[in-house]
Design a protein around this ligand. Structure first.
Ligand code: ZN
Ligand code: ZN
Length: 268
């Protein structure tokens, strides 16, 4: 039983996959259910690219494929919502009750983009990591219209620095991460395990890292989705069986899917 809960179709400016490409590949790879999660980043901080979702077209298209693949593949209406401290009301208003599943992601912080490096420019490595985590903490304290937080230690994915240390190796970062996880658990929110993490460093950690996943487990966290964050078909379900083994080793025994924002748990 496999679910890929982080997939980008051509409705995201950085993907060229059609929804049909995604569905066909998902079936080939033996997936039972997927959530398509295209980007919507309000006030994205890099003018070179726009991540605004044409919501009505997108939802219509998803419904078309839900019908087409009925009985073969379950397709959930998802979105990857770029969150920032100053756009929380707009984010909430945009989402309404239109989605099954919402990934809350932090692609920018302090009104600066991570991908183009602007955010990292003025800080030392740990200073930038700690500031990034603080902006996530600020949001989760004040906002809960999401199902899971995406790639919690995303700052490791950008090779701005020579190394990509585990964020749990710094005392202050660790404390902030634990605070974020505690709030998520209290609010019945989860985290995603994003397999793009294996492209970084020694290739042994997803995003978030094993240390963060262990901490989430230890604090009582149970809501976990698995996502490949694919922008091309070869990435779909990347390293899923290894990741499920890893999750079991840590002590998790369930994966989560969502319908109308409500979690369903599946034994692994
Ligand atoms: Zn993302
Ligand atoms: Zn993504």
């Amino acid at each position: 039983m496999l679910f890929d809960y982080h997939l980008h179709s051509k409705f995201s400016a950085d993907s060229t996959m059609t929804i049909e490409d995604i569905c066909e590949t998902a079936i080939e790879k033996g997936l039972e259910e997927i959530a398509i999660t295209d980007h919507h980043d309000i006030d994205y901080q890099d003018d070179a690219i726009e991540f605004l979702l044409q919501k009505d077209n997108y939802l219509n298209e998803l419904e078309k494929y839900q019908e087409k693949y009925e009985g073969k593949l379950t397709i959930k209406k998802g979105i990857e919502m770029g969150l920032q401290t100053h756009i929380l009301k707009e984010s909430h208003d945009y989402l309404k009750n239109d989605f099954d599943f919402i990934i809350g992601s932090f692609h920018t912080a302090e009104k600066k983009d991570l991908y183009n490096g602007d955010f990292f420019k003025n800080y030392s490595q740990w200073e930038s990591y700690i500031r990034y985590l603080k902006s996530i903490l600020e949001v989760v304290k004040n906002y809960d219209n999401f199902s899971v937080i995406g790639h919690l230690d995303l700052v490791r994915r950008y090779d701005y620095y020579d190394t990509s240390p585990d964020l749990m190796d710094n005392k202050e970062a660790k404390e902030i991460i634990r605070s974020i996880l505690k709030i998520l658990i209290e609010n019945n929110k989860g985290i995603e395990v994003n397999t793009t993490g294996y492209y970084i460093g020694d290739g042994k950690n997803p995003l978030p890292s094993v240390k963060i996943l262990k901490s989430y487990k230890e604090l009582g966290g149970e809501i976990i989705t698995l996502g490949s964050d694919s922008h091309s078909t070869d990435q779909i379900a990347y390293k899923f069986s290894e990741t499920i083994s890893l999750l079991k080793e840590i002590g998790f025994n369930k994966l989560t899917t969502f319908k109308n924002m409500k979690p369903n748990f599946h034994q692994i």
